[in-house]
Design a protein around this ligand. Structure first.
Ligand code: KG4
Length: 336
């Protein structure tokens, strides 16, 4: 089954062609980062307008990279939630037009389910059930992936997402947007014990997390140093920050994994590219003798290949949409 997939939930327009859920025939991503960098964050209306300009050409590019014609397609899959609403609407509307004009089924895909499915591309042997730590710019959640299409949140952030926290701190340091990758690079070789940053615990909800305190403490530390005219040891600060984020995520992901007893932990989303989190998870899983699945770096961030992959399993489960499909800014992953 050949699916054309479309993704436009934030600041990347993406189109991909995926065969039978696991084989990526093409994957095209057009990033808007340069445009939003001027403002230090994503400007929603600009994002929507850039998606509108890019989506048609990108879909054609994905088809031509795959060496296929429109008549070779069996279905259209699209991210319909969650995300910046104006941005998601562009992809949904394009996908509806494509499905209607080609007479093909339309498959709605939850963006975070897509991130989880990125692991199926990298690991052909991975099958549910498993636990997935989903960490991106908008989501921080531990998900029980019971089957390809049955999922339940076991724990998550009560406030900011991990990626959002990376981005805000990096913005105040003036090291670029989005800030996760520059913070990661800056942290290499830094002393991760030099700055003591808080790791929050949510009373009565052992798998839940909170990153707003870490964000505030980090911003206060930066501002205090600036006001006193002191130089912050930037590599040590970035390393200490990375350690605090990892110390929030890794023990909880491991506790969720032990509670389920699946023996398989996957990681998903843009923050899954973080070197500290990856190595801490590798060490924890080696010690507990659980198997760890990390997506290839190019499938950690937003892309449409992961949407085509999850779209295949949604189709198998009969999850199709009509041409009245709407887009949603927020939506529980368990609802699909
Ligand atoms: O999955 P993604 O591309 O978009 C969403 O669906 O949100 O994730 C983007 C997030 C941004 O917050 C970015 O700073 C973060 O992923 N990120 C990283 C790294 N690379 C990207 N965070 C920490 N370390 C990285 N190496």
């Amino acid at each position: 089954m050949i699916i054309l997939a479309i993704e436009s939930s934030c600041d990347d327009t993406a189109a991909a062609v995926v065969k039978d859920g696991r084989t990526v025939l093409s994957s095209c991503v057009s990033s808007q980062i340069e445009m939003h960098t001027i403002y230090g964050g994503v400007v929603p209306e600009i994002a929507s307008r850039k998606h509108i300009e890019a989506v048609y050409g990108l879909a054609d590019q994905a088809l031509s990279d795959a060496g296929l014609a429109r008549t070779d397609l069996d279905a259209i899959a699209v991210t319909y939630a969650p995300g910046l609403i104006g941005a998601v609407l562009v992809g949904v509307n394009f996908a509806k037009g494509a499905a209607a004009s080609l007479g093909l089924p339309l498959i709605p895909v939850h963006h975070v389910r897509g991130h989880i499915a990125a692991n199926y591309i990298t690991h052909p042997d991975l099958e549910p059930p498993f636990v997935c730590l989903c960490i991106s710019g908008g989501t921080t959640a531990i998900v029980d992936v019971k089957s390809y299409t049955e999922m339940e949140i076991m724990g998550g952030t009560r406030d900011d997402a991990a990626g959002e926290c990376f981005d805000k701190v990096a913005r105040v340091l003036g090291i670029g947007y989005p800030g996760g990758a520059p913070m990661d690079r800056l942290s290499q070789g830094g002393d991760d014990r030099k700055y003591e940053l808080p790791v929050a615990h949510v009373a009565g909800a052992e798998l839940d997390m909170s990153f707003s305190g870490l964000k505030t403490a980090s911003l206060n530390l930066i501002h205090n140093a600036q006001q006193k005219g002191e130089d912050l040891d930037l590599p040590a600060f970035a390393a200490s920050f990375g350690r605090a984020v990892s110390d929030s995520l890794v023990p909880r992901a491991m506790a969720a994994l032990q509670a389920k007893g699946y023996g398989k932990l996957a990681v998903a989303g843009g923050v899954a590219a973080n070197s500290r989190i990856r190595s801490d998870l590798q060490a924890a899983c080696a010690q507990s003798r659980d198997k760890l699945y990390l997506p290839e770096l190019r499938y950690c961030g937003d892309n449409a290949a992961m949407i085509g992959c999850q779209g295949y399993y949604e189709y198998q489960a009969g999850h199709l949409a009509g041409l009245d499909l709407n887009a949603y800014a927020t939506r529980d992953i368990s609802l699909g």
